[in-house]
Design a protein around this ligand. Structure first.
Ligand code: G4P
Length: 535
């Protein structure tokens, strides 16, 4: 593999620890899976491209897991992969790429320090990318952009840059520029280093990785005709004059995105992207908790659970809770306090997820993600510490936008159904509500596709047929009040419209926009929350 020489910037700007925890965000089909494969390939973590998918397929055939993922050709579950490059340990968190925003996606982004946005050069910014980016912006997550598929005819790169700049209201700093596109693609010009990564080596150029020439190397003339060279030079002049230079501070504050052009499929630009991340992507930062900010250099271990996966192996009904380590040096066998319950848990079999395997972790550092197998004790939003009572914030539940009553086809299977719904609610597939009157469960999801995912998984993993009935509610709000008597009065007055969530917090089901406006006016002492964090 050929790697870019490190840019000659002040080393003081570079991150100090070697962990880089990031996610790739994109609209479906932009090339997230391909880029993931090629990053793993370029890092040497896997030898064959196609491995990620092949491995996924194998796992799915083994466990019949996520039948819906196969039938719709989408990636529903997210996972984490760890690999090394230039002495850095990368933790890549996969975000689900389907159309619907899900809580799982949001929570995955709570656990990263930066993101790579993949854009299809023919399509530009698409709806899902925009939504995910809004979340990144909310959390000030720095974004690196990869404009993919330049080996196909795409849109004018200048137009793409302007679109990124204007739709996202963020400065763009082009780091590379395609020479030609589609069938006429010759390579990509690295602007800082003035090097050209070539699709094919000209005669006489030996290379063990991607063929590369300096822009002023005369051998380039053999593949780049003079007229095209002049045209490219003019464009580059415009680009250098018209856009920002890469500024590490502005990038880390989320005001500027470095932009690479490339082709994940042809591996063009992938090593350069990775080198840039190794060099500039932020190291783990402090995490806000209810009592204080926790910084990664603190001696004591803290972390939070941002994801739970049930049934990774259906033969064992196990669950893996994914913890982002926020501070301290974790060692296998440590006993950590689950702040929410006050219980102490010995973490004896923590897992690291490498491209190919899972391995037991002996040690882990802030920024790392470890999987903790458990039987349902650990939940999303939990904080683990060495005893300090603090709770990490910013890992909320969102008000559902689709609500349905659960209908059980076979009442004898009620116990399995309950188990299934609780497990999957735990993963964030859906939220589960218990009515105060009557016995039918109500499920709530943020995007309608999640209902299909829920039904499919209940059937395939728990062998229970389930149907959903519409109910006359549009959304829900968590209700609270400083005066418990007033809260009780509200609940009594609204009987069947009040349900309890899994933590026994009351939730008001909202009929329509009129109800949404009117009820808070009628009950000024009651708070109606759109999100709720676990206490
Ligand atoms: P996603 O995870 O973002 O949904 O995208 P994925 O990587 O699965 O890529 C979607 C399609 O785009 C795939 O084609 C993939 O091969 C193609 N693709 C990805 N990167 C590039 C690129 O740089 N150049 C070109 N030309 N194509 C690219 P497919 O036909 O849907 O799947 P497959 O049969 O190739 O696997």
């Amino acid at each position: 593999m050929t790697t870019t020489p490190l840019p000659s910037r002040d080393a003081a700007d570079a991150p100090t620890t070697n962990r880089r925890t990031f996610a790739i965000i994109s609209h479906p089909d932009a090339g997230k899976t391909t880029l993931t494969e090629k990053l793993l390939l370029a890092s040497g973590a896997i030898r064959l491209a196609g491995h990620v998918r092949a491995r996924g397929d194998r796992r799915r055939t083994q466990s019949d897991w996520m039948a819906i993922e196969r039938s719709r050709g989408i990636s529903v579950s997210s996972s984490v992969m760890t690999f090394e490059h230039l002495g850095n340990l990368f933790n890549l968190l996969d975000t689900p790429g389907h159309q619907d925003f899900s809580e799982d996606t949001y929570r995955t982004l709570t656990a990263v320090d930066s993101a790579v946005m993949v854009i299809d050069a023919a399509k530009g910014i698409e709806s899902q990318t925009r939504k995910l980016l809004e979340v990144c912006r909310l959390r000030d997550i720095p974004i690196t952009t990869f404009v993919n598929k330049v080996d196909r005819e795409g849109r004018d790169p200048l137009e793409l840059l302007d679109e990124i700049q204007s739709t996202l209201a963020i400065d763009v700093a082009p780091m590379s520029w395609p020479i030609g596109m589609g069938r006429r693609l010759i390579g990509c010009h690295l602007l800082e280093e003035d090097l050209v990564r070539l699709m094919e080596a000209p005669a006489g150029l030996e290379s063990d990785g991607q063929p590369t020439l300096a822009w002023d190397d005369p051998r380039l003339a053999a593949i780049l005709p003079e007229a095209e060279r002049r045209e490219h030079e003019q464009t580059i002049e415009l680009v250098r004059a018209g856009y920002a230079e890469f500024d590490p501070a502005a990038y880390r504050e989320g005001h500027l995105t470095p932009v690479f052009f490339g082709s994940a499929l042809k591996e063009m630009g992938v090593p350069d992207l990775m080198t840039h991340l190794a060099r500039w992507a932020p190291a783990p930062k402090g995490q806000p908790a209810d009592t204080r900010l926790v910084t990664p250099d603190e001696a004591k271990v803290t972390g939070f659970i941002f994801k739970v996966l049930a049934n990774m192996d259906p033969n064992h009904r196990d669950r893996v809770a994914f913890m982002r380590l926020c501070s301290g040096n974790f060692r296998r066998g440590m006993k950590l306090t689950q702040v929410q319950s006050g219980k102490t848990i010995a973490i004896n079999n923590p897992i690291f997820f490498f491209a190919r395997d899972r391995e037991i972790v002996e040690e882990a550092a802030p920024g790392d993600i470890i999987g903790i197998p458990n039987h349902g004790v650990l939940r999303v939003g939990d904080t683990l510490t060495e005893g300090e009572t603090l709770r990490f914030t910013g890992i909320p539940n969102f008000a559902p936008e689709v609500l349905r009553r659960v209908r059980l086809a076979d009442p004898i299977r009620a116990k399995q159904m309950r188990r299934a719904l609780e497990d999957l609610a735990e993963e964030g597939v859906a939220q589960l509500f218990r009515p105060l009157l009557g016995s039918d469960w109500i499920v709530g999801v943020v995007g309608a596709l999640q209902l299909d995912v829920l039904a499919s998984r209940v059937e395939s993993e728990y062998k229970v047929a389930v149907a959903f009935e519409t109910i006359p509610y549009e959304t829900a709000r968590w209700i609270s009040c400083d005066d418990p008597k007033e809260l009780k009065r509200f609940i009594d007055a609204h009987g069947s419209s009040v349900v309890m969530d899994r933590d026994d917090s009351p939730v008001y089901l909202v009929r329509d926009s009129w109800d949404m406006r009117r009820t808070p006016q009628d009950w000024p002492a009651i708070r109606f929350g759109e999100t709720r964090e676990r206490r």
